[in-house]
Write a protein that binds this ligand. Sequence first.
Ligand code: SAH
Ligand code: SF4
Ligand code: F3S
Length: 474
Amino acid sequence: MEPRGPPLHRPRTPPLAKKLFIKTYGCQMNVYDSERMTDLLAPIGYAVADRPEAADLVILNTCHIREKASEKVYSELGRLRRLKDQRRTKGGNLTLAVAGCVAQADGAEMRRRAPYVDIVMGPQAYHRLPEYVARAERAAAGPAGQAGVGILDTEFPVESKFDHLPAPTRQAAVSTFVSIQEGCDKFCTFCVVPYTRGAEFSRPLQQIVDETRRRVDNGAREVTLLGQNVNAYHGAALDGDANLAELIDALADIDGLARIRYTTSHPRDMDADLIAAHGSCAKLMPFLHLPVQSGSDRILAAMNRQHTAADYHRIVGALRDARPDLALSSDFIVGYPGETDADFEATLDLVRTTVFAQAYSFKYSARPGTPAAALQDQVPEAAKDERLQALQALLNEQQRAASQAIVGRTTEVLLERPGRHQGQLVGRTMWNQPVQANLPPSYQGSLAKLHIDACAANSLDASLPDTTDMRACA
Ligand code: SAH
Ligand code: SF4
Ligand code: F3S
C-alpha cells in the first residue's frame, strides 16, 4: 500500500459563525419568507440569534396592510439605529435590512427616512439576499463613517424567487407553511397587496409537492398552503394547469402528511372542485378562512369584492353541504368610506346568519396609493371604534360557543410543540382551535385522541381520555 501523502486539498475552513435575527410582522406569507431567508443565509455562515443585541445582521420583515403595521417598523428602526451606533463606537458592525411589504411600498422614502439601513428589498427579491449581505459586509469592513450601504431592490424580477431558494434541510415544524401562490390581481379598493406583492403568480405543482415532501421527511405532519389569494391557484402541471383542488389531491398522496389546510381565500375563487374536495379529501381539515369584509352589498361593490352577501351565503351553504362540520373564519373591515349604520347592520346580520368559529376584524385604515384612500366620505374614528366593538362582541360570543361545543368530547389533536409550562404540549383540533395538554414530550408530532376538559381564555384544556371514553370513541 502506498504511503499516504498530504491531502490534495486543505479542508475548507468553516465560515465564521455569524448571527442573524429576523423580526417578522404581518401575515403567514411573511413567516414563510423569514424561514426561507434563514435557509438562504445559512450557507454564508449565519445562525439564528434570539435577540438583536446578539446578532450581526438584523432583518425586519415588514407588513404594510394597515397604518399601524407600517409605523411599527419605523419605531423599531429607531431602536436598531441606536444599537448600530453603539456597535460602531466599539469598532464592530450591525448590518440592518428591511424586507417585506413596507420595503416594497416605501423603499425610496425609507432610504430618506432611515439612511442607516443597509439593505431595503421587496418580497419578490429576497433570493438575492446572500449577495446583498456580502456586499454590506464588505462595505462595513471598508472606510468607517459610512451611513448605510444603500442597497435598494424593489423590482419585481422576471425570474421567480422560488426557483432560487435552497431546498429546506432544517428540522421542520410539525405544522409547516408552504407558499404556493404570490401576489394578487383582485385590486380590492382598500388593499395594498397587489402593489406590494405584485401580480398573481402560481408555483408549479411539482415544486410544491417536492417541497412539502421534504418538510414531511424533516418532521412535518401538517401543511398550510399559503397565498394572498390562494384559491386562485393555477400552477403548471404535467397536463396543463392544476387548480387548488388538484394540488390538494396530489399532496394528500404524501405518506406521513396527516393534515392539509390553505389560507387565505377569496369567495370569488371558491370553485366547485374545491368545495367538493372539502367533502372528499380526508386530509383536508374542516376549517376555512374565507374573508368577507362586509355584509352590505353596497359596500362590497364599492370595495370591488365582486360578490354579494347572498353569493357568500350560497358558497357557505355549498361548503357545509359538502362538509357539515366545517368551521368558518373570516376577516371584516368596519368603517370603509361611506359605510352607514344600515351597512354596518347588514354586516352584523351576515355574522348572525353565517356563524363563525373564529374571525379577525379591523377598522378601515386608509393606505396611500389605494383608490379608497382618495374617497371623500371617510368615517369618523369614533364611529369606527363603536362598530368594531359591537362586531367583536358578537364574533367573540360565536367563537366562545364554538369552543364550548366541543368541551366534553374526545377528538383528534395534532400536538405541535412544547407549551409555556413545563410538561405541557400545545396543538390544534381539526377545526383549528388551539389546545393545551399535560403530556410527555414523546407525544410531540403525533395525532392523539384527547378529551377536551374545559374551554380556557385562549385555548382548550385537554387530557388523555380515561378508558371509558376510549371505548366510547373507538
Ligand atoms: N387576501 C385576503 C386578505 C388579505 S389582507 C382577502 O382577499 O380577503 C388581510 C385582511 O386585512 C383583509 O382581509 C382585510 O380584512 C384587512 N385589511 C386589508 N386592507 C385593510 C385596510 N386598508 N384597512 C383595514 N383592514 C384591512
Ligand atoms: Fe387584498 Fe385580498 Fe383583495 Fe387581493 S383579494 S386585493 S389581497 S383583500
Ligand atoms: Fe402584510 Fe404584505 Fe402580508 S402587506 S399582510 S405582509 S402580504
